[in-house]
Design a protein around this ligand. Structure first.
Ligand SMILES: Cc1cc2nc3c(=O)[nH]c(=O)nc-3n(C[C@H](O)[C@H](O)[C@H](O)COP(=O)(O)OP(=O)(O)OC[C@H]3O[C@@H](n4cnc5c(N)ncnc54)[C@H](O)[C@@H]3O)c2cc1C
Length: 308
């Protein structure tokens, strides 16, 4: 219930203005967000690139303003030019949210998001890197997968995300586990109804394990995005059973979450990628992170009620 409330708050303008103005919030936000600008993103990418791979996300979502979607494209083009100039193209890719690129615009949203993402894929290809398309709430899944299919015709390495909490996902994994596909499997971060999603943690975890098996047995490149130690163990076992070498799949975790475990996995020679968000539009992303762990919420409430 708490998680649902925080996810609802992540879309509330009133909560947003209270949280953004609370000065004591900054250290907690900084744990999850690299900083406001491209310099911060590149600095953190260099720090992590010592032993890990990176996926950089320019924060922002749910735009209903075409000019804002264009600004998001320009931010990604600038980021990719920097990654290229700094020689980070082989370690750092980018993650994009289609709702930040125009998908929700009332007229031609899907077409605009496709064209905008295509421009980012072109720049990523010139920088020698890839793009992964994040997955948002279930009302966007079909549209997102259709856009990714179109992008893959010209940029076959374009990756996407599937969410194990959705009942459809095991089938989507089977459809998308073909040669060359890059699929990031996560549990799912939105508040979805029981008609489309498993709501019980043990059911979500079982679905995750089943989806992992489909991806590991398939011909694509599975990206195992979880901080859950049990599922990480299962992923390693399934990869070994499927005869996968350590460079034929990867683990992914979020910036600021379980950094020691990230280092341990990387230290064991496994591929470990960190999802690093940056930018000023951190509010919705941050609220979803709070909902994932009660201890985060306790820090948050203390900071919100402290004067400072
Ligand atoms: C690389 C990456 C990309 C993602 N992309 C998407 C996406 O496109 N769409 C989407 O819906 N979701 C996305 N997610 C979020 C995901 O769906 C989950 O909400 C999130 O990862 C928490 O699930 P978990 O698998 O870590 O398992 P959980 O059962 O939630 O957590 C397992 C353990 O990990 C630790 N942990 C987990 N989250 C936190 C946190 N926020 N703070 C501190 N500790 C924590 C805790 O110790 C917890 O007990 C992504 C996650 C990752 C890692």
């Amino acid at each position: 219930m708490l998680r649902s409330a925080l996810i609802a708050a992540s879309r509330s303008a009133t909560c947003r203005s209270v949280v953004e103005r609370a000065r004591m919030m900054r250290p907690i936000v900084d744990r999850f967000v690299a900083g406001a600008g491209v310099d911060d993103a590149v600095r953190v990418a260099h720090e992590l690139a010592v032993d890990r791979l990176i996926s950089l996300d320019h924060l922002g979502e749910d735009t209903l303003d075409r000019a804002q979607a264009e600004r998001t494209v320009l931010a990604y083009l600038a980021l990719l030019a920097r990654l290229d100039a700094e020689g980070l193209g082989d370690r750092a890719e980018v993650s994009v949210k289609l709702s930040a690129l125009g998908q929700a615009l009332p007229v031609d949203g899907e077409k605009i998001a496709l064209e905008n993402t295509r421009r980012i894929c072109e720049a990523a290809a010139s920088a020698g890197t890839t793009v992964t398309v994040d997955m948002e709430d279930h009302t966007t899944t079909d549209s997102t997968l259709s856009i990714v299919r179109s992008l893959r015709a010209d940029f076959p390495s374009t990756g996407t995300v599937l969410q194990a909490y959705l009942k459809r996902t095991e089938g989507d994994c089977a459809d998308l586990a073909g040669p060359g596909s890059r699929i990031r499997l996560c549990k799912g971060a939105y508040d979805e109804p029981a008609s489309v999603a498993y709501r019980d943690k043990s059911e979500v975890d079982s679905s995750y394990a089943r989806c992992l098996k489909v991806l590991m047995d398939g011909k694509g490149y599975p990206m195992v995005a979880t901080h859950d130690s049990r599922l990480i163990e299962i992923a390693e076992r399934l990869a070994a059973e499927a005869g996968r070498a350590v460079d034929e799949y990867e683990f992914q975790m979020l910036y600021g979450v379980r950094p020691q475990e990230q280092q341990q996995l990387a230290g064991r020679g496994l591929r470990m990628r960190v999802y690093v968000p940056y930018g000023t539009e951190w509010y919705s992303y941050f609220m979803r992170r709070l909902g994932e762990r009660p201890a985060n919420l306790a820090f948050f409430l203390r900071a919100l009620t402290r004067r400072g």
